[in-house]
Design a protein around this ligand. Sequence first.
Ligand code: GDP
Length: 193
Amino acid sequence: MKVKSSEYVISAVGPEQWPTDGLPEIALSGRSNVGKSSLINHLLNRKNLARTSQKPGKTQKINYFIINEAFYFVDVPGYGYAQVSQKERQAWGRMMEQYFAENKQLRVVVALVDFRHPPTNDDIQMYQFLKYHEIPVIVVATKCDKVPKTKRPKQQKIIKGKLDLHPEDTFIVFSSQEGIGKDALWKAIEAYL
Ligand code: GDP
C-alpha cells in the first residue's frame, strides 16, 4: 500500500458520530500496551498520529483516521487494564458490542496480541466475540523482536492454538520496531478493501 495521506477524523463516543460515507473501515483492537499506536503509526509512516491508549476513567472513544481518502483505520479502546472498575468494563463492553454488531462499513478487524506471551483470557474473549459476529479477523502478534528467531515457530503455534484460530483468518508476526510484517499486514488489509 502506498500511503499518500493519513488524517485524524474524529473521536466518536456514539454511533451518531460514525462516518456514513460508505468507505470501508478497518478496526484495530487489542489489550492496552500491546503496541497498537506504534503499529498504526508504523503502517502509516507517521511518528505520532495515533497516541498511546487512553487511560481508564476517561470517556472511551473510537478514533477514526482516514487513509488516502479511501478507507478508515478505526482505533477502538484498549482492554485489559487491571485497575478498571466493573462500571468502566461494562461501558467498554457496550461500546464494543454496538460498534461490532451494528457498524455497516466494517470489513475486517486487526486483532493485536503480544507475541511474547500466550493470549490472555481477554484476548481469547475478544476473538470469540468477533467470530460470534462473523467478522473476519487478521491476528497480529506484536513485539516479535523480543522473541529469539528460533523460538518464534513454537510461540506462533501456541498463540494460534490458544485462540483456536479459524482457518479463514490470517496470522501475522509483527514488529513496529524492526519493521517485520508490515508488507504482509498491508497485503492482508488490502484484500478487504
Ligand atoms: P498501545 O497502548 O497498544 O497503543 O501501545 P503502544 O504503541 O503505546 O506501545 C506500548 C509499549 O510497547 C511502548 O513502550 C512501545 O515502545 C512498545 N512497543 C510497541 N511496539 C513495539 C515493538 O514492535 N517492539 C518492541 N520491542 N516494543 C514495542
